[in-house]
Design a protein around this ligand. Structure first.
Ligand code: PLP
Length: 393
């Protein structure tokens, strides 16, 4: 059975070159990167090479990169590393749960938090951020690209507001890294999170950019790894994979790969909108990463679509993988003002570097039929069809 994977915002396959870059560090070069002998020097060199590659992707110095176990840890380290009892954080209602659940916990620990809304396109208004500032605001945390819609946030404007108010600015760039250029100097952020497995490195890898001079408390205590910002023996194979993926991401950003994927994404959208009635794009018109589309299909449930497509060999999603199985409609789509029905009828298709034009042909050959079948089974759709029929008589 042919299988097409269009859930790359949930996770991406490790690319062959990434796997090759990791391979030596499982068995041949196994030293602890903190050991001073030959074996340790080999793996230390590998870790530092990877740090240079990640720094190049982000436009920062290697010493400003802290390797973590992923995006969740990077977000947690940024928030818990900076915030102290009595401090106030400004964030948005559409953040990933790695940020939202962290700010909830911070509130339980005696911090304050403000959650600014988004407009119908899923964008934060920097003016709302400014108005949310208080004398005790320590941090602003707004994501760079949303994981469900791909919508890009005005992070440079938000960063300026943070700088004017002398407040730290963190951005979760997990879904932006490798898809749009990132330059921490241009953005002006103090902290920025990335995750390896969203950019073709292995799961369980990631990094936090920490601007020089930004003091964060570690979350783990132990050795003085990562300049005492993240204790624990380095995951050398994973870090090497992340470094290679960062190099490939830099090459893809300049080599036309994102334009290729953007054209495939646009073809999916165009064909769906033209050939299937009562559909639309969530976040349409807003700047978005080129690899994501979030479509709504009236009268059907996104979950049912995911299952129907899976049976036909297409992997899609309704939203964040960690929220699948949840009965509540997406917090991102409802924050954008979608009705619960429309939010529940939404489907996310996200592309990765392994996807081809043939993959898109295949998806487009099965999607309209899947929608039609589900609508046939939908009592709401039947009712409105009957009403429309009666009206035309
Ligand atoms: C925007 C965003 N932030 C953070 C994370 C968490 O990253 P990780 O899975 O590496 O912990 C994700 C993962 O879905 C994400 O999409």
């Amino acid at each position: 059975m042919r299988r097409v994977y269009l859930d790359n915002n949930a996770t991406t396959p490790v690319l062959p070159d990434v796997l090759e870059a990791m391979r030596p560090y499982f068995a041949e070069q196994f030293g602890n990167a903190s050991s001073i002998h030959h074996h340790g020097q080999q793996t230390r060199a590998a870790v530092e090479r990877a740090r240079e590659s990640v720094a190049e992707l982000l436009g920062c110095r290697a010493a400003e990169v802290v390797f973590t176990s992923g995006g969740t840890e990077a977000d947690n380290l940024a928030l818990f590393g900076l915030m102290e009892k009595g401090d106030h954080v400004v964030t948005s209602t559409i953040e990933h749960h790695a940020v939202l659940h962290s700010t909830k916990r911070l509130e339980e620990l005696g911090c304050e938090a403000t959650y600014v809304p988004v407009d119908g396109q899923g964008r934060v208004d920097p003016g709302d951020i400014r108005r949310a500032l208080r004398p005790n605001t320590k941090l602003i945390s707004v994501m760079m690209a949303n994981n469900e819609t791909g919508v890009l946030q005005p992070v440079e404007e938000i960063s300026k507001i943070a700088a004017e108010a002398d407040v730290y600015f963190h951005t979760d760039a997990v879904q932006a890294a490798g898809k749009v250029p990132i330059d921490v100097q241009r953005i002006g952020c103090d902290l920025l999170s990335i995750s390896g497995h969203k950019m073709h490195a292995p799961q369980g890898t990631g990094a936090l950019y920490v601007r020089k001079g930004t003091l964060i408390h570690p979350m783990f205590y132990g050795g003085s790894h990562e300049r005492a910002r993240r204790a624990g023996t380095e995951n050398v194979p994973g870090i090497s994979g992340l470094g290679k993926a960062a190099e490939l991401a830099v090459a893809a950003l300049t080599g036309g790969e994102m334009e290729r994927l953007g054209a495939l994404r646009d073809r999916i959208q165009r064909t769906v909108l033209e050939s299937i009635e009562a559909t639309g794009v969530n976040g349409e018109g807003a700047p978005r990463v080129p690899t994501t589309t979030n479509l709504y299909f009236e009268f059907i449930e996104g979950e049912a679509m995911v299952i129907a497509l899976d049976l036909k060999g297409v992997a899609a999603a309704t939203g964040a993988a960690c929220s699948s199985g949840a009965t509540e409609p997406s917090h991102v789509l409802t924050a954008m003002g979608l009705s619960p029905e429309r939010a529940r009828g939404s489907l996310r298709l996200s592309l990765g570097k392994q996807n081809t034009a043939e993959d898109v042909d295949f998806v487009l050959s099965v999607l309209p039929e899947a929608v039609a079948r589900l609508r046939e089974l939908s009592p709401v759709y039947k009712k409105q069809e009957t009403a429309a029929h009666t009206r035309t008589k």
